[in-house]
Design a protein around this ligand. Structure first.
Ligand code: ZN
Ligand code: FE
Length: 254
């Protein structure tokens, strides 16, 4: 089994620890900081074998060098980011496979938020670590790529099994959901989900992981075919990627 622990750090980041209970191997996904990871490893008696980075932003790689110095772990990241991810040991591309014990993660290349962005997809375990590509009820900002690139990247997620558990790096769900309601106010599944999200956040509880199914039903950035969203935007017959681009622009100024 692959055990997953979420460590909330900074204002709204999560660092995920993955632990293979059979081999004892442990990995950290996007360690913004080293200290909380070291403390949890110590508490659990786990040894860090690898860091899996999704992209080069500081809130995803800030703990890389200290963790490597303290644990000797190897750092895995996108080939595109080979010169901008600290301590990188292994570069990967679309279709490559990395292993945590017997658990295999396929690399999915998803540029848009940044040009080198990758995701770690544990297909057999139905777990996806998607960094800042998809968020619960939202998606990443376009720092380097175009709307069309990110739209294309998100199509790869839409095709995954609906019960895939999606681990995003940020707790942005409540704010994303408020925006989602402005573009699809009559989506009752979204309304109900937001009530649940509001209750969780009132108790300072995480809203993640989410699932592909939940996002397909409620996330406007995966719902550019929705007649209701298209009606709100006045884009009844526009191309899906154009509707997506408009949603991204509206969210940027929300
Ligand atoms: Zn980022
Ligand atoms: Fe981030």
């Amino acid at each position: 089994m692959l055990e997953t622990i979420a460590l909330p750090v900074l204002s709204d980041n999560y660092i995920y620890l993955l632990h293979d209970t059979v081999s004892g191997e442990t990995a950290a996904v996007d360690p913004a900081l080293a200290q909380p990871v070291l403390m949890k490893l110590h508490e659990k008696g786990w040894r860090l074998a690898a860091i899996l980075n999704t992209h080069h932003h500081f809130d995803h790689v800030g703990g890389n060098l200290e963790l490597k110095a303290q644990t000797g772990c190897k750092i895995i990241a996108s080939d595109y980011d080979r010169n901008r991810i600290p301590g990188i040991d292994v570069t990967v591309q679309e279709g490559d496979v990395v292993r945590i014990g017997e658990h295999k993660a396929k690399i999915i290349f998803t540029p848009g938020h940044t040009l080198g962005h990758i995701q770690y997809y544990f297909e057999q375990d139905k777990l996806l670590f998607c960094g800042d590509t998809l968020f619960a009820l939202g998606c990443g900002r376009l720092f380097e790529g175009t709307a069309e690139q990110l739209w294309y990247s998100l199509q790869k997620l839409k095709a995954m099994p609906p019960d895939t558990q999606v681990y995003c790096t940020h707790e942005y769900t409540q704010n994303n959901g408020r925006f989602a309601l402005t573009v699809e106010p009559d989506n009752m599944v979204l309304q109900e989900r937001m009530e649940f999200v509001n209750r969780l956040r009132a108790q300072n509880l995480p809203t993640l992981p989410t699932t592909i199914a939940e996002e397909l039903a409620t996330n406007p950035f995966l719902r550019e075919d929705s007649a209701s969203i298209r009606h709100t935007l006045g884009m009844i017959s526009d191309a899906p990627s154009d509707v997506f681009a408009k949603l991204r622009r509206l969210k940027d100024s929300y």
